[in-house]
Design a protein around this ligand. Structure first.
Ligand code: SAM
Length: 284
């Protein structure tokens, strides 16, 4: 009898660990656990995902670059960039002349991204939480968030931020989880049709289109409503970065390794090729 109880307990504990840490990737245990798991798996992430570079180019980077073909040097934000999947793809698109900001809260995922991207001058990696994007309103010509919304602590806040920082008329590219694991993520994922309606009704997005993409994900293409203002966006991404201390917008290069707020002088450092924003926010 005792052995039976031990057996049942072990099975239940195993099931709980599988559900909470593997199947749902820590989302019900809080942001720290999610990030700790991504930090832990960062070096294995690309191998586990087995991205098909050519297919991803054709389904993600090329259509995105095409949607931005009228913008001379588009500025793109990739929220929860992970190991730099989207920036890497855009680097391979011939004639793409834009800049990409890849933001993520897992330092180790960003480290892998930094190693893959090398000395790319067109990509900047920023360590920061996706629910508090450190950029001025209407700053980006496109905003992307792939395979991440369901893992964010506050999906509504993240979506509101994504829409806030996109310029009027900007393409917004998201994913919505589906299939077996989506059903396990209760309260985190809704069917793509419902998600599309929420994007229109709650976030004011337009031209929302659902595209079957992978077994586990639909792609959602949308556009932020409105027409772009007459004034040009600053050509330098540092000019749209908000200061974690004074809240004003605008940084300049201070030295090889850092930036400096043009209003209060707050310094932000690059470490291992990553702009260390979250730590600076905690210091204030
Ligand atoms: C499945 S990965 C997707 C990465 C990348 N977009 C891709 O398609 O390969 C989910 C990413 O979300 C990031 N993430 C989770 N919570 C986050 C948060 N609160 N803020 C920023 N990034 C977060 C993780 O660190 C991880 O890199």
């Amino acid at each position: 009898m005792f052995a039976l109880w031990i057996g049942v307990t072990v099975v239940l504990l195993g099931a709980a660990v599988w559900y909470l840490l593997l199947a749902t990737e820590g989302v019900y245990l809080g942001k720290r656990v999610v990030i700790a798991l991504y930090d832990l798996y960062a070096r294995r992430y690309d191998r586990l995902k087995q991205f098909d570079q050519e297919w991803e180019l054709q389904t993600l980077a090329v259509p995105l670059a095409k949607a931005l073909s009228a913008v001379p040097k588009p500025l793109i934000l990739d929220v929860a960039t992970g190991t730099g999947r989207l920036p890497n793809l855009l680097e391979c698109v011939p004639h793409f002349k834009g800049q990409v900001i890849g933001l993520d809260y897992s330092w180790q995922m960003l480290r892998v991204a930094a190693e893959k991207l090398g000395a790319s001058r067109r990509v900047t990696l920023i360590h920061q939480d996706a629910t508090c994007l450190p950029f001025a309103d209407e700053s980006f010509d496109a905003v992307v968030c792939l395979e991440a919304l369901e893992f964010l602590p506050d999906q509504a806040a993240a979506l509101a931020e994504i829409v806030r920082v996109a310029r009027p008329g900007a393409p917004i590219l998201l994913t919505n989880r589906r299939g077996f694991y989506a059903r396990l993520l209760r309260g985190r994922v809704q069917p793509s049709q419902e998600f599309a309606i929420a994007l229109i009704e709650t976030y004011g997005l337009e031209q929302v289109e659902i595209e079957e993409w992978q077994l586990e994900y639909d792609l959602i293409w949308a556009t932020k409503g409105g027409t772009p203002g007459a004034e040009a966006r600053p050509s330098d991404w540092r000019a749209i970065l908000c200061c974690p201390r004074c809240g004003e917008v605008g940084f300049q290069v201070e030295a090889a390794q850092g930036l400096c707020c043009v209003h209060c002088g707050k310094a932000l450092a690059f470490r291992q090729g990553i702009l260390s924003y979250a730590a600076a926010q905690n210091e204030r």
